[in-house]
Design a protein around this ligand. Sequence first.
Ligand code: GLT
Ligand code: MN
Ligand code: MN
Length: 388
Amino acid sequence: MSNFQPLPEHKFTFGLWTVGSVGRDPFGGPVRDPKSSADLVRLLGEVGAYGVNYHDSDLIPVDATPAEAAAIKKDFRKALDETGLVVPMATTDLFRDAVFKDGAFTSNDPKVRAYALQKTMKAMDLGVEFGAKVYVFWGGREGTESDATKNPVEAGKRFREALNFLCGYAKDQKYDLKFALEPKPNEPRGDIYLATVGHALAFINTLDHPEMVGVNPEVAHETMAGLNFLHGVAQAWDAGKLFHIDLNDQNPSRYDQDFRFGAVNPKNAFLLVKFLEDVKYNGSRHFDAHAYRTEDYEGVKDFARGCMRTYLILKEKAARWNADPDIQALVAEINADDGSLAPLTGAYSTEKAAALKSRDLQPASLALRGLPYERLDQLTIEVLLGVR
Ligand code: GLT
Ligand code: MN
Ligand code: MN
């Protein structure tokens, strides 16, 4: 049995804002003292992470002087060199500042939209400077509390225009950068545009450079929308659009909880890990989660270690599921195909259509077949509970 030790090949990453969260919530202030970016990198090095991601302002505060910015970058670079951590992803903070109270790319104010573009170009420069290859767009403020205030079609056009502009900038700069849109249904806005993975996938096809743009699905966000996360991830994967993934956990019908990966629904987490491993997803496994507000920095390390350890335990369970003869016999049984109808189905032809229409397929007898899904699901639970 493995010791569930995280290794670089697992590509486990955390945002500076995750382990760096000081525990602020809408009802209370910080419970932990802030740490510098360099110290957060050291903390991540200590727990065995592979990489660190950041918003522009996580790394360089908006009001930093050029000299302060240079000093922060130097310390950050030194910590990366010391720990061997890499920066696979970067993003822009387009939500914290008051100027973004009505959105960034979709704000009703063209000057705010221009500022959002300017801030994002500079943030892309800062991401690329440390090696980022994926650039995330989470439109937390891109939405409304009342649809009397903003035309949703207009908002979509503004979002599209911004992404087209920024794709142009990345190409112009010859940046080796892919964009990943991160959907969320609500919070902090009453309703956020591009609410789900499905919305984002459809929108990408309307862009000037759809090949540059994919998605960054987050467990908590699809769960908040009451959706099946794995189905969204699978559809993104099938479309060649799974550029990044935000792993955490979430109780449905709650505020955005961002709990430790697997903390709420280990069965869903298991089926997700199994999917990512089975298809050989080779991007970052990014834990976009926070330690409970009860924790000190030792607890933050427990949280970060827990995310990675749970992933690796579930990965081992997935291998066990794939190797289990009883499970595989059931999988073979439920997918059995004697091939007899293959000549009439698949790619369309006039002849196949005519032959298929006239064939008696005996639906009443097809319906009599029992499906051993109870047994398969119980065996899955038993793998998870450690008795197989
Ligand atoms: C913010 C949000 C996350 C996004 C981050 C990227 S920031 O914490 O809740 O889901 O991934 O901007
Ligand atoms: Mn979240
Ligand atoms: Mn996220």
